[in-house]
Design a protein around this ligand. Structure first.
Ligand code: SF4
Length: 419
């Protein structure tokens, strides 16, 4: 088990294929099937009621213990390796800088997002704690053990940030508060700041304010879809899922008011059918509000309702990555950029020499997310290989070297024109 994964990886994003972008018409999710009654709502796990015994490494061949937040949380393989609770090595990465904690329940997430490995429809085939999510397994660990290790390491901790990822569950709001309190009781949040990856569907404005009062530093909304139509198709009515675009925006704007400039943002998945112009207009909208965007390249997660669809072609992804970086950190506006009839970027609104500088710096092509301790435009959350295999990296979880940059330049296939 490692961050280096997985079977069933689509290669359509490789240079040389015919696809240059994932068009809306081709990115239709499968329809979710019916779940047998005996598998619904974590019934298998609750009936077996196997008591948990410390760290649980996902294993679909054993009875999953009955684990529940706030006592238990799950974390990515990368975080578990960095924390020292499981062995393993990551391709070209020594560690991750973000301790991503995911709430966990036998009932799992009650939403059904089409691109997500944690979605409700999977309860037929796999217990929640055994599901793959952004291409990796997520070991479950007692929260107290996590905090004890980080507190023990003190200044030597490799982590620059902790993030609590909410899911759609009736207890998610209260348990996020409980996990945050457990953390701040032993770890100074000014030493390792905390981000919240929220689930607006179950939240009210007061919930956002409470998390800020309790010491959370950054609040993000997993908008994921770049347009209302894609949102509805992939995480709303289209897949029998409860989310609503309008509600996500309501909580995003609450976060802007409560957390303030540079302290809120949205996750967006690129390549689910939006045009490059659409996603970059959204990036601009977030910057104009005072926030940031954190981008993922679409990857067909095994077992999800979109696992038959192509990953985002690398040329599309690189153009959006570069343009987003320029909007977020270099003061370029989307209106200064040029686009072709399909909405693809054809000009980045910068003189060639400045554009070359931005490409050569390489930061635009690293994983985007909440900042760590190195610099504001370098994310603590490096999510190693969360959106691609290591053989064809989408988001670089480290500084790209000269050879990587040569590859990136080849992937930026539409000729760069002067702004
Ligand atoms: S709400 Fe989040 S965790 Fe739940 S299915 Fe959707 S994307 Fe996955």
């Amino acid at each position: 088990m490692s961050c280096v994964k997985q079977s069933g990886e689509a290669e359509s994003g490789l240079p040389g294929t015919d696809l240059e972008f994932n068009a809306y018409a081709s990115m239709q999710p499968r329809v979710p099937g019916q779940t047998p009654v005996e598998a619904r709502n974590g019934r298998r796990v609750k009936q077996a009621a196997v008591p948990p015994q410390g760290v649980y490494l996902p294993n679909n061949n054993v009875l999953t213990p009955q684990m529940r937040s706030p006592e238990y949380v799950q974390m990515s393989n990368a975080a578990a390796i960095t924390l020292g609770i499981m062995p393993g090595k990551m391709h070209r990465c020594g560690c991750t800088r973000c301790l991503n904690l995911l709430l966990t329940y036998p009932e799992g997430c009650r939403a059904n997002c089409a691109y997500c490995g944690l979605a409700r429809h999977r309860e037929a085939e796999r217990d929640y704690a055994d599901r793959n999510f952004i291409r990796v397994d997520w070991p479950a660990v007692p929260m107290q053990q996590v905090v004890d290790i980080v507190a023990r390491d003190g200044e030597r901790s490799p982590f620059h940030r902790m993030c609590i990822s909410m899911i759609t569950h009736p207890d998610s709001d209260a348990d996020t508060v409980a996990v945050l309190k457990t953390w701040t009781a032993k770890v100074d949040p000014s030493t390792i700041p905390v981000s919240i990856l929220s689930n607006p569907t179950t939240m009210q404005r007061d919930d956002v304010a409470r998390l800020k009062d309790l010491g959370a530093d950054i609040f993000t909304v997993a908008l994921d879809a770049a347009t209302p139509a894609i949102f509805d198709r992939t995480r709303g009515k289209g897949v029998q899922s409860p989310h609503k675009w309008q509600k996500y925006w309501e909580i995003l704007l609450d976060a802007r008011d409560i957390f303030g400039p540079q302290k809120f943002g949205a996750h967006i998945i690129v390549g689910m059918g939006e045009t490059e112009h659409e996603v970059l207009s959204l990036v601009q909208q977030l910057v104009d509000l005072g926030g940031h965007s954190h981008l993922f390249s679409f990857f067909p997660e095994q077992g999800s309702l979109m696992d038959h669809l192509p990953s985002t072609p690398r040329d599309q992804w690189r153009r959006v990555q570069l343009a987003r970086y320029l909007i977020d950190y270099a003061g370029v506006r989307v209106e200064q950029m040029s686009f072709d009839a399909e909405g693809r970027v054809t000009g980045y609104g910068l003189p060639q020499a400045e554009l070359d500088d931005a490409v050569n710096q390489g930061i635009a092509f690293r994983t985007s997310g909440c900042p760590g301790k190195f610099r504001d435009d370098v994310s603590a959350c490096d999510r190693p290989y969360g959106d691609s295999p290591p053989s064809n990296i989408a988001s670089y979880p480290f500084q790209p070297n000269k050879k990587d940059l040569q590859k990136i330049r080849r992937q930026l296939r539409i000729p760069v024109v002067q702004g």
